[in-house]
Design a protein around this ligand. Structure first.
Ligand code: NAP
Length: 261
């Protein structure tokens, strides 16, 4: 039996085991998936002794895991964060999950003026996805301006970032504003009819920001599709085949939603 896991701290609320177990059920794969709660001082020994066939990495280890890896794939190297490990190699599938979610929802990023809210790890991965999928411009809004400047400098170093227009086509929330239990908060930004609002948050499934955006005529996409996408992209790497093209998404969404409601 192949064995997989997700490591993090905290990890109790991770939905990754439910996602992956549903994949194994659908495809009749002989595999298991567990959560591993790791304290920071245990990361080194975990990396030396674990015999897993692959694992996901979540907060706060997406960067600190890198020195323990033999190599990084191109996207993890560029983004500087790893959320998926296989055979000593680090990958970043968060950006793939985001672009898969956009495609599933019929959104083309090509030629779009985009705003990212936040400047942490998710913001960086999503900026990479926007670049890869042909965004026209990317601007950043963040609570701490110096971090927004840093992220923008990095984006400008990998991409000829055209000056952002005031009328952004796409806004992606990469802050925890609106995440359970703080469900009444939302980013403070004007929302315009016809804009595309994508949230990285999936608990709740529809944040207050998305609900408000929908009422104002924006097209909205919750974070669950991105979460599923990053998990399926990880399974593609671990099994060396296109698991993501073989599975049915609706049963996965159903089982995850039942955990969230
Ligand atoms: N759907 C998915 O698959 C997926 C994958 C990855 C992440 N996520 C979600 O993405 C979000 C960000 O994750 P991350 O890993 O990027 O976290 P992170 O590295 O800690 O970055 C958090 C960002 O949010 C900002 N922020 C935090 N609290 C805020 C507040 N109260 N008001 C305004 N801004 C605030 C921070 O601003 P400062 O710079 O000022 O601190 C920072 O820019 C989380 O909600 C996470 O659950 C979802």
């Amino acid at each position: 039996m192949k064995q997989f896991a997700v490591i993090g701290n905290p990890i109790a609320h991770s939905l990754s085991p439910i996602l992956h177990q549903e994949v194994y059920r659908q495809l009749d794969l002989d595999a298991s998936f567990k959560k591993i709660h790791l304290m920071p001082n245990a990361l080194h020994s975990f990396m030396n002794v674990n015999e897993l066939n692959g694992f996901n990495v979540t907060i706060p280890y997406k960067q600190s895991v890198i020195p323990f890896l033999d190599e990084l794939d191109e996207s993890a190297q560029t983004i500087g964060a790893v959320n998926c490990v296989h055979d000593g190699k680090g990958y970043n599938t968060d950006w793939i999950g985001f672009t898969m979610a956009m495609e599933q929802n019929g959104i083309s990023l090509n030629g779009k003026d985009c705003i990212i809210l936040g400047s942490g790890g998710a913001a960086r991965a999503i900026a990479f996805g926007l670049v890869k999928f042909g965004a026209k411009s990317i601007s950043i809004k963040n609570r701490t301006q110096s971090k927004a400047d840093q992220l923008l400098n990095w984006i400008n170093s990998i991409f000829p970032n055209n000056n952002a227009s005031e009328n952004s086509d796409v806004i992606v929330n990469c802050t925890p504003l609106g995440m359970w239990p703080d469900i009444k908060s939302m980013p403070d930004l004007e929302i315009k009819k016809g804009q595309i609002l994508a949230d990285t948050i999936y608990n709740p499934l529809e944040t207050k920001w998305l609900k408000t955006g929908g009422e104002r005529g924006a097209k909205t996409i919750g974070g669950l599709d991105m979460f599923i996408g990053q998990g399926l992209a990880s399974a593609d790497i671990w099994f060396g085949e296109k698991i993501s093209e073989k599975i049915k998404l609706e049963p996965i969404k159903k089982v995850l939603k039942s955990e969230l409601c």
